[in-house]
Design a protein around this ligand. Sequence first.
Ligand SMILES: O=C(O)C(=O)[C@@H](O)CO
Ligand SMILES: [Mg+2]
Length: 252
Amino acid sequence: MPRFAANISLLFAELPYLDRFDAAARAGFAAVEILFPYDVPAKQTHRALLSNGLELVLMNAPPPNYTGGTPGYGAVPGGEGRFEHDIRRSLRYAESLKPGLLHVMSGYTKDPAAKATFVRNLQWAADLAPAQTFTIEPLNPGDQPGYFMDDYDLAAEVLDAVDRPNVGLQYDTYHAQVIHGDAAQVWKDHGARAVHVQIGAAPGRSEPAEGPIDFPALFRTLDADGYAGWVSAEYNPTTRRTEDSLHWMSVS
Ligand SMILES: O=C(O)C(=O)[C@@H](O)CO
Ligand SMILES: [Mg+2]
């Protein structure tokens, strides 16, 4: 059975930020991920992790959130200065929070030079912090119109070109299903590149218990394939309290 983590940017969002750590630990999670921890001093997040004995699996590189901001500059030609600034900032947070993984976002661009730019920037980040593992993740264009990294085949091409041991794929069932129509096939094609797995149902991004994705079968496949990383719950609970949406953890 996979090791489950909670994405506390989506799960337990009915609670204030610092209370989500306690709630995740009470619900039985040993690890959490946080999309954008930058609104709160790293010290406070660190304390909340420590006092609950939680590991931080993953966080995103800045910018801080999606509200009016652009999701990263990784692939944006001309955005290299801003990209380097953001990566250095996330590495400062990472010094105390010690996320196993740092998700690097590509930003919005369809410039012909975007792929080469993303490859160069990822190589720069990977070489700057060889002890840190970085991820890239395709996001579906319905959620993020114009976002560069919007396809798993493209992610594979970028990862091959980057060719660094500390840069890998973030596989998300919800995006994989929406983008390619078959999350299980995407895992077959690209699972060997995955250093992180996120789960959510499609098309509604609800708990991993409904829709076309067979989650118990996926969990068996992950085990059979020897996937040893975390499987993080990243969905919008349909229940008022997140803990009431967690039945999938015990039936899987
Ligand atoms: O939206 C997702 O899916 C993610 O995993 C996020 O990290 C993107 O910010
Ligand atoms: Mg995801």
